[in-house]
Ligand binder design. Structure first.
Ligand code: ADP
Length: 404
């Protein structure tokens, strides 16, 4: 069967989804799976459209030591045992640098170009590019599309994009990029379909997962983000601190004698809700904990979301709609309610029953600011962007007609 493969590769796992286009403009998810525990306890798991388990297989650490072999393992299972033929592959790539403002068909030159942004996202970019290289080498004629977490934010104004540093640094790429763009683009589109009368308004979307950020959207386009040069900035996250005075980094380097690598590990893995609570990076565990520092970590999270709501509302000149998405935003009734309290001054009033049910609209009918829950789907966004890019590039036969 001819299908589209979507790949989201991280340091310890390669997640994949299979989509089929039954008719032009439609995409149906057939398989969702991942290889996790790479290099430690590798395991291939996948399930079908109605969640039935298709495979659960463990491997020796030496057989799947890295992202490349994980991609080969998943690819071989999909091709040989599921009998699938990939007509196109869409990849999540965290960084498109200053220039990629839309998805791009990859070739050797594009990969070389994207390698330049490894220094801007050292933990993510190399893992994102590894499967692209494996597939380019093995199937050079198969179209692959890189879809960027930064692209949705590339239309920001210069004042939103700049840091107050000398121009030379800006020219070499030191700027505020913003991330989670695939999620925001999906949510903006979906919100427009579900609430067309609000699509042209001023919207703040809060993507609250283990990584968390917020985005100001005017008329469907990103105008400001809580994240900046890297995915460390903005809101506190599971293990990242969010906004931090750069003086703290100088202190770690000069007073604590930490190396740059040690500071990087510390900021990506030991801070945020985990560092503040000393209990867990998981909001569910913090909600269940009797430890006072767990309560402090949640207070801090809610407080900072409230602060960023003000910051983003200022960038929009007001706000009409506030949308929750990602793990915490979609599932935590309690945190949505606590965050809504912080938005009361903006004119947001929660409908407690609707919030308890997790309805699309969770604000009171009289609320000046509408509050909504819109589940995200970054993989579907990648599949859509892949088809759109190939269609625009004259690959319509490959991506759309052959799958019909
Ligand atoms: P990722 O960024 O890894 O894709 P998700 O969007 O899946 O993350 O969100 C994961 C986070 O969502 C978990 O760390 C957990 O804190 C939170 N979460 C998931 N379900 C719930 C729930 N029912 N209540 C509160 N928090 C939840």
């Amino acid at each position: 069967m001819d299908v589209i493969l979507v790949v989201n590769a991280g340091s310890s796992s390669v997640k994949f989804r299979i989509f089929k286009s039954d008719a032009p403009g439609t995409l149906r998810q057939l398989i969702s799976g991942q290889v996790d525990g790479i290099g430690v306890r590798p395991r291939l798991k996948a399930s079908g459209a109605d969640d039935q388990k298709l495979v659960d297989r463990s491997y020796d650490a030496t057989d799947v030591p890295d992202v490349e072999t994980a991609m080969r393992t998943a690819g071989a299972w999909l091709r040989r045992e599921q009998n699938l033929h990939f007509v196109a592959v869409g990849h999540r790539v965290v960084h498109g640098g200053p220039h990629y403002d839309r998805p791009v068909l990859v070739n050797e030159r594009v990969v070389a170009d994207l390698e330049r942004y490894v220094s801007l996202a050292p933990l993510h970019q190399p893992n994102n590019l590894a499967p692209i290289r494996v597939l380019l080498e093995r199937f050079p004629d198969m179209p692959q599309v890189a879809c960027f977490d930064t692209a949705f934010h590339r239309g920001h104004s210069e004042v939103a994009e700049r840091y107050a540093v000398p121009d030379a640094l800006y020219a070499e790429g030191v700027r505020r990029y913003g991330f989670h763009g695939l999620s925001y683009e999906y949510v903006a589109e979906r919100f427009g379909e579900l609430m067309p009368e609000r699509a042209g308004g001023r919207t703040i979307v809060a993507h609250l997962g283990s990584g968390a950020s917020m985005c100001a959207i005017a008329n469907g386009r990103s105008v400001e983000s809580s994240m900046g040069f890297t995915a460390l900035d903005g809101l506190p996250m599971g293990t990242r601190p969010g906004q931090l005075d750069p003086g703290v980094v100088l202190y770690l380097l000069s007073e604590k004698g930490m190396s740059a690598g040690a500071v990087q590990d510390f900021l990506y893995k030991e801070c945020g809700l985990k560092g503040l609570s000393g209990v867990s990076n998981d909001v569910r565990e913090l909600l269940d904990s009797a430890e006072p520092r767990a309560a402090l970590a949640l207070d801090y999270f809610v407080y900072r979301i409230g602060l960023y709501a003000g910051y983003l509302a200022a960038s929009l000149g007001g706000v009409d709609s506030f949308v929750f998405t990602a793990g915490i935003g979609e599932k935590s009734v309690v945190l949505r309610s606590r965050i809504a309290e912080k938005l009361a001054w903006l004119g947001a009033e929660l409908d407690r029953d609707a919030n308890g049910r997790g309805d699309l609209r969770i604000s009171h009918p009289d609320s000046r600011v509408g509050m909504f829950v819109v589940p995200t789907n970054e993989e579907l966004m990648i599949a859509k962007q892949t088809v759109a890019t190939l269609t625009a590039g004259g690959y319509a036969g490959a991506a759309v007609k052959r799958t019909a």
